[in-house]
Design a protein around this ligand. Structure first.
Ligand SMILES: Nc1ncnc2c1ncn2[C@@H]1O[C@H](COP(=O)(O)OP(=O)(O)OP(=O)(O)O)[C@@H](O)[C@H]1O
Length: 897
């Protein structure tokens, strides 16, 4: 019999034993037997089930051998929430899996108070329903309709109980209306306790597995977190680890910026990474006062947001982006930090109820570890940033040290500041020489500001170092941070504020460039965020570079001036010493000129011989200035003028520490004369031990500095001179013969003035006009008496003596004609004459020097001294006096001694 229970609005079937015939009873006994055997095997199998999927498969395969039905599903009740949800599905047999509502259906939770289900929950036995009969009931769970749409016509629901409480139910569906026979129902009723305990086992097993997995995952996540070095890696660790436990789609982290007014977002989501807005979302600062961020503050709480219920019109971009990518639920956990929490972890889910109690428990259990990890990362970043700053400054300072010119500095600054990617603009202004203005010195050519008319104005005009923002920066020694908007709000209309504001610049740093108290300029750096210590150090480096450049520019200017002076000097030397300055047209001098011409062009060593004052040095210079080496200065060494122990160092130089007093390395005359001529005057005075060394230079053109080991090669032309008879010196063993032969390659003998009388008057006239010009005294000629005197005098001091005599006479003359001349007295008697004629050149030179010394009252050096009158260095005079054995008694007379 079938009846419709109108109250419950369900269709049920019941049969009683009184209504059955005997065959039916026999059949029933048989079916009881069958039922018993089915129950026995099934319950035995079912109690062993541990895996979710096995239960439905087992149930379906065993039952389908005896009864007809389509598919089965087990729903599980959550008593606390008053809901139930699909627990075990049978996708293999289910006809509804292709229904468009299916994906949502399996995720949906249904209320236990809905019709049909509330009846089942209260029942003890299976209840069957003809779907057609119940479809019209309002509030019916949606899966019933969907099943109907997919051909299901009848369903049997059996409550599953554990400890007197309904924990769920098993639904069996059929596309026919006669499938659920009494036997089927009896079997299900019989098997229900085993099914219940199997479901309980599965739940417990699930729970154990979940807990094991949770501990395992949390352990590995926390292990990984220890070694994580940056936030992105941390997010990836959370992403891969926690996804094994919680069904979220991706995570993010917000990081509070320095100052606490803004925060940035870090995303860990491959899908969102691909969207074009992603890069913007992670690069922009967000206000820490936006509704979402500011509402999440407590580290003890976990904040859950249903994104569908939020008005996202004013939401930050990162949130909009996540919503657009499918996120529907969001969980935020504030990670603990020392004082103000800086990091918030955000998880997103597309499904509902992902962030259930268990998920929250998991998040909470790792929150403090996450907090430690982000703290470590922040500390690590700080160290890295400091290291980065230090290595940046080291690099900058080593590049700055090499800066010599403005162009060098431009290159260094450009490359260095560009490395700090956050710097948008830099400008260096330089203090003008009068200290009254700052002019544009250097600026970033790439920057956008260059086209701004205000910028152009700043480029072409000086700024006042005492006024406005410039004045504020220049007044101190520290960088000044300018908040453009704040300044503007306070009424500041400085030209820089206008420029920056017009160009959307928010922050600028003004650094005074000073060395000590001296202001050199000002560096402007435009950037949103930069370490102030770094800015200060950059300023110090730039100041050093600028002061180096200024010093270098001064040195360059001085060097240029010196070069000009030098070339003038060279010109002067060139004009003073040339053949035309040599007076003498007589045949003796013509011979000399002939020899000079022949030898000048070559590199040959020249030995100039002649009495003192005959013009040996003059000839040496003339040879040099007629040679290809004339562009370089001839180097002169007076071998008689130096103490013997210093000549070597004078000629060859010495290394630092070569001997006591050698505090620095010294370059010798031979090295100086490289590519030029060295004039070795008074070569006959060179000590023997040095003669060997000189010989080596002449032969090899190489030598070593005193105390040095490096051999120095030079290209030097040697011109030597002496008033000694070197052949005699060689014979007497005072001069090395090998050196003599090396020097005597091309001897030029200068005649004494006595030997070229025809040159006396031209020379006297030459000196007269020279000293007249030099002193401004107008003396034109010599009286004829004087001319005769000059021509008859013997001139032991040769041209030098004549020169001095004319000089003295010009000075003493009160007339334009020289009428008096102070010649040493000629011998008056025959005997005297004989005495003179019998005397050697040395005797004559001795007398002459003694006479000059007497006239100078014994004064040797300085103005009016004998050396000046003789036109020889005082050292030479000393050595001559020593050689000729002239003592004080000789020129001071008896009264003085
Ligand atoms: N032919 C000349 N024409 C013009 N001036 C001359 C001539 N010869 C020598 N003098 C001048 O006489 C002076 C002495 O000449 P110089 O120093 O060249 O002689 P010296 O032979 O090298 O002397 P000493 O052997 O003493 O070193 C110099 O002022 C030089 O200019």
């Amino acid at each position: 019999m079938a009846k419709l229970d109108s109250n419950a609005k369900t269709y049920t079937q019941t049969i009683t034993a009184d209504e059955m015939p005997f065959e039916a009873i026999e059949k029933q006994i048989l079916s009881y037997e069958q039922e018993k055997s089915i129950l026995l095997t099934l319950s035995d199998d079912i109690t062993r089930v541990r895996e979710k999927s096995d239960l439905i498969t087992l149930f379906a395969s065993r039952m389908k051998g005896f009864f007809y039905f389509k598919h089965t599903i087990v729903m599980l009740i959550d008593q606390a929430k008053g809901t139930y949800a699909p627990f075990l599905l049978d996708p293999v047999n289910s006809p509804i899996i292709n229904h468009p509502g299916y994906p949502d259906l399996v995720k949906t939770t249904f209320s236990i108070n809905a019709p049909v289900i509330n009846e089942v929950i209260a029942a003890d036995s299976p209840i069957t329903f003809l779907l057609k009969e119940i479809l019209h009931i309002p509030g019916l769970p949606s899966f019933i309709n969907i099943n109907y749409e997919c051909g299901i016509r009848e369903m049997m629901i059996t409550p599953l109980k554990s400890k007197m409480e309904t924990i769920g139910f098993i639904l069996v569906y059929s596309d026919r209306t006669d499938s659920f026979t009494n036997e089927f129902k009896a079997i299900l009723k019989g098997i229900a306790p085993q099914l219940s305990s199997a479901v309980s086992n599965i739940i417990t097993n699930d729970e154990i597995n979940k807990n094991e997995l949770t501990s395992e995952v949390l352990l590995s996540v926390s292990n990984e977190m220890v070694s994580v070095k940056n936030r992105s890696d941390l997010l990836n660790t959370i992403n891969t680890g926690l996804k094994k436990l919680i069904d979220f789609t991706h995570n993010e982290m917000t990081v509070l910026d320095e100052g606490g007014d803004t925060y940035h977002v870090l995303l860990a989501s491959p899908e969102i990474n691909e969207t074009s807005d992603y890069s913007e979302a992670i690069s922009i600062p967000y206000s820490a006062n936006d509704g979402i961020y500011s509402s999440v503050t407590n580290t003890d709480d976990t904040y859950l947001f249903d994104l569908r219920s939020l008005d996202l019109a004013d939401a930050p971009l990162w949130l909009k982006l996540n919503y657009a990518a499918g996120a529907r639920e969001m969980l935020i956990k504030v990670l603990p930090y020392n004082d103000v929490p800086k990091h918030k972890l955000i998880l997103f889910a597309e499904k509902q109820n992902v962030f259930n109690d268990r998920a929250l428990g998991i998040i909470n259990s790792i929150a403090s570890q996450l907090g430690t990890a982000v703290n470590n990362i922040a500390a690590n970043e700080e160290i890295l940033n400091k290291e980065k700053d230090t290595s940046f400054l080291l690099e900058l300072s080593s590049s700055i040290a090499a800066v010599r010119t403005k162009t060098d500095l431009e290159l260094v600054i450009y490359h260095a500041l560009k490395k700090l990617s956050n710097i948008q603009v830099y400008v260096i202004r330089k203090m003008t020489d009068d200290g009254l203005g700052l002019s544009a010195y250097m600026f970033d050519q790439d920057m956008v500001l260059v086209d701004d008319p205000i910028y152009q104005e700043l480029l072409h005009n000086n700024t006042d170092p005492k006024k406005g923002l410039t004045g504020r920066v220049m007044a101190g020694n520290q960088p000044v941070i300018i908040d453009v908007e704040k300044e503007y709000a306070n009424g500041n209309r400085d030209i820089y504020i206008q420029l920056w504001r017009n160009n959307g610049i928010k922050k600028a740093y003004g650094v005074p460039l000073k060395v000590g108290n001296k202001a050199l300029g000002l560096l402007w750096i435009v950037t949103d965020e930069i370490n102030i210590v770094l800015v200060k150090s950059i300023g110090a480096q730039v100041s050093t570079a600028m002061s180096n450049i200024i010093a270098n520019e001064k040195i360059l200017a001085l060097r240029k001036q010196l070069e000009i002076e030098n070339s003038h000097l060279n010109e002067q030397i060139n004009t003073i010493y040339n053949f035309s300055d040599i007076v003498g047209q007589g045949p003796e001098m013509q011979k000399v000129y002939g020899l000079m011409k022949r030898v000048a062009e070559s590199n040959s060593t020249v030995l100039i011989l002649g009495e003192t004052g005959t013009g040996k040095e003059l000839i040496a210079r003339a040879i040099h200035h007629s040679s290809p080496r004339k562009s370089k200065i001839m180097i002169k060494v007076n071998c008689a003028a130096l103490p013997a122990n210093l000549i070597e160092s004078e000629l060859f130089g010495h290394e630092k520490g070569a001997f006591t007093g050698a505090t620095d390395r010294r370059i010798g005359k031979f090295e100086l004369a490289n590519n030029s001529t060295i004039f070795l005057d008074e070569i006959g005075e060179l000590p023997l031990e040095l003669q060997v060394k000189l010989l080596r230079v002449i032969q090899e053109r190489e030598f070593e500095r005193v105390g040095g080991t490096t051999t120095i090669k030079v290209d030097v032309r040697i011109v030597a001179a002496t008033n000694r008879n070197l052949e005699n010196e060689v014979d007497e063993g005072k001069f090395r013969s090998d050196l003599f032969y090396r020097l005597n390659v091309f001897p030029i003998h200068l005649p004494s003035l006595r030997e070229r009388q025809e040159d006396i008057i031209p020379l006297a006239n030459y000196f007269l006009s020279r000293y007249g010009k030099l002193t401004g005294i107008r003396v034109n000629s010599f009286a004829s008496k004087i001319i005769t005197e000059l021509q008859t005098y013997q001139w032991p001091g040769n041209v030098r003596e004549l020169e001095h005599l004319v000089e003295r006479s010009v000075l003493l003359s009160s007339d334009s004609v020289i009428r008096e001349i102070d010649l040493p007295k000629p011998p008056t008697t025959k005997a005297d004459e004989e005495i003179v004629m019998n005397r050697t050149l040395d005797d004559l030179e001795r007398d002459y020097i003694v006479e000059v010394l007497k006239r100078c009252s014994g004064k040797i050096a300085g103005t009016g001294g004998a050396a000046q009158l003789l036109n020889i260095p005082s050292t030479t005079l000393h050595s001559k006096m020593k050689k000729l054995n002239i003592t004080r008694g000789d020129y001071f007379g008896d009264d003085e001694t």
